[in-house]
Design a protein around this ligand. Structure first.
Ligand SMILES: [Zn+2]
Length: 473
């Protein structure tokens, strides 16, 4: 680490928050009013929550960010396929010795049912140590932390080896017209092309008032949905027919829905279960250990299937029937019946070969598999050994002392898919939350909130990673 970087890290420690959660002491002799920075962080965060950026209104956030960034001399560019749903890019130049780092966050939020909220969902109300509001978890903490990082980089004048690119993107939550990441990747990829990216898709767990676990999202499953379509002869409901498509479809749905697809671990999931086997409480630790042992793997899978379906899904390409459509009348045999099957493939799955395998499991020529057009590309997992991952691990350990850092694979899909598909190693982050809060006040939930004390260390984490990866060495 050069002295420049050391100085900037001192600056970081001086200016960013000391977490109530981790109860670290602030370093002595900082000379920078970090209290002031803390209130600035909170002020941007609350201002962004107060903008009702329900999908379709993202330009409100772009206007705000543009003003804040440009007031500090950071140039911005706005790219809009739809003028109400703009994207904003800002770039701080490095010396070009390394490829850029992209920090991105989406500006849109999902809708609200006002009557379910105890407070104004766009009021950013502060109550009981929380900031309440739509977007308080998803995704305005990341947006705020990224914004603060840009402001601090500019103010400190830290020399950079990499360009740091800030992207505020629209349409992550709802984007039928492709105005967000798809538009940026398709039309303006040069503006956001980078070696590494960091955005939502990870998180951290608080237990007994302390952050015990930090998740770095390194991979996600690939949606590979299909329809099963059974055909037969239409007829009268009083006359049983062997080719009744409902019977064929029903059998096919039963077969694929109970099919235990092959288990396959990748670098992320192997490390995930390995680490959990080391840090979990005894009964669960044994399950994770058993999962990694050929002799006991079957029993461990059975346990997870019953008790931890999300982890069971991480082991394999999952096949889940979600919709059925058939019939026009109680006394009519229809000529067609169809089921929608939500398939979430492992990142390295050969999807065509998987469909062929599924056809064998169904074993019925009357049932055809029809792939549904996918909205996200297949995306390879990002590496655990990269400079970026290692920097994230170090930053997490210093900001959340004693926490275990674990890579994770999401069973859902995110905008990192488009970036990973373009070769950008992309990593997911998120502020810390208790289990109760994650359950009762989740992203997209009826009511969303974030502990104020989680915001500041999170902003510090983002800044620390950026300075480590992009700062001049
Ligand atoms: Zn989100």
């Amino acid at each position: 680490m050069t002295s420049t970087l050391q100085r900037s890290l001192l600056f970081v420690l001086a200016v960013t928050s000391v977490s109530l959660v981790t109860a670290q002491a602030p370093p002595a002799g900082s000379g920078v009013n970090w209290e002031q920075l803390r209130s600035e962080t909170l002020q941007h965060y609350r201002s962004l929550i107060r903008l009702d950026t329900t999908s379709g209104h993202e330009t409100l956030a772009v206007d705000y960010l543009k003003k804040v960034l440009e007031a500090e001399g950071i140039q911005t560019k706005v790219f809009a396929q739809d003028p109400k749903r703009a994207n904003l890019v800002a770039r701080l130049k490095g010396n070009g010795s390394k490829r850029p780092l992209l920090i991105l966050a989406h500006t849109d939020v999902v809708g609200v049912q006002k009557e379910k909220w105890p407070v104004d969902p766009f009021g950013a109300v502060m109550k009981d140590g929380y900031v309440w509001g739509r977007g308080s978890k998803d995704d305005k903490p990341v947006l705020t932390a990224n914004l603060m990082t840009m402001l601090l980089l500019k103010r400190s004048g830290v020399p950079l080896d990499r360009d740091v690119i800030f992207l505020a993107e629209s349409g992550e939550e709802a984007d039928p017209d492709g105005v967000g990441i798809n538009f940026m990747v398709r039309e303006h990829f040069g503006e956001i092309d980078a070696e590494f990216a960091m955005t939502e898709g990870g998180g951290a767990d608080i237990q007994d008032g302390r952050v015990t676990r930090v998740n770095i999202g390194t991979a996600e499953k690939v949606p590979a949905r299909v329809r099963l379509v059974a055909t037969g002869t239409a007829g009268h409901g009083s006359v049983p027919r062997l080719d009744n498509p409902l019977i064929h479809l029903g059998a096919a749905v039963e077969k694929v829905g109970t099919w235990q697809t092959p288990m396959r671990l990748n670098e992320t999931t192997r490390t995930y279960f390995q680490k959990l086997s080391e840090v979990s409480a005894p009964p669960r630790a044994a399950v994770y250990k058993a999962l990694l042992d050929a002799k006991s793997v079957d029993a461990a899978q059975k346990f997870l299937r019953e008790h931890s379906p999300a982890e069971y899904s991480m082991l394999r390409t999952s096949v889940v029937p979600t919709m059925l459509k058939a019939g026009v009348g109680a006394n009519v045999i229809p000529s067609e019946a169809e089921a929608t099957i939500d398939i979430r493939a492992l990142p390295d799955e050969n999807v065509q070969a998987f469909y062929a395998e599924m056809a064998k499991v169904i074993g019925d020529p009357a049932v055809k598999i029809e792939p549904v057009p996918q909205t996200r590309p297949a995306s390879p997992a990002s590496r655990l050994g990269s400079e970026m991952y290692q920097a994230m691990e170090r930053a997490a350990k210093s900001i959340y002392p004693g926490a275990t850092v674990i890579p994770s694979m999401s069973t859902g899909a995110s905008d990192m898919a488009q970036l990973r598909a373009k070769g950008i190693q992309s990593y997911g982050i998120g502020p810390a939350s208790t289990e109760a809060d994650s359950l009762n006040y989740p992203a997209h939930g009826d009511v969303e909130r974030l502990a104020e004390s989680s915001l500041y260390p999170f902003a510090q984490y983002v800044w620390s990673v950026v300075i480590e990866v992009a700062g001049h060495k």
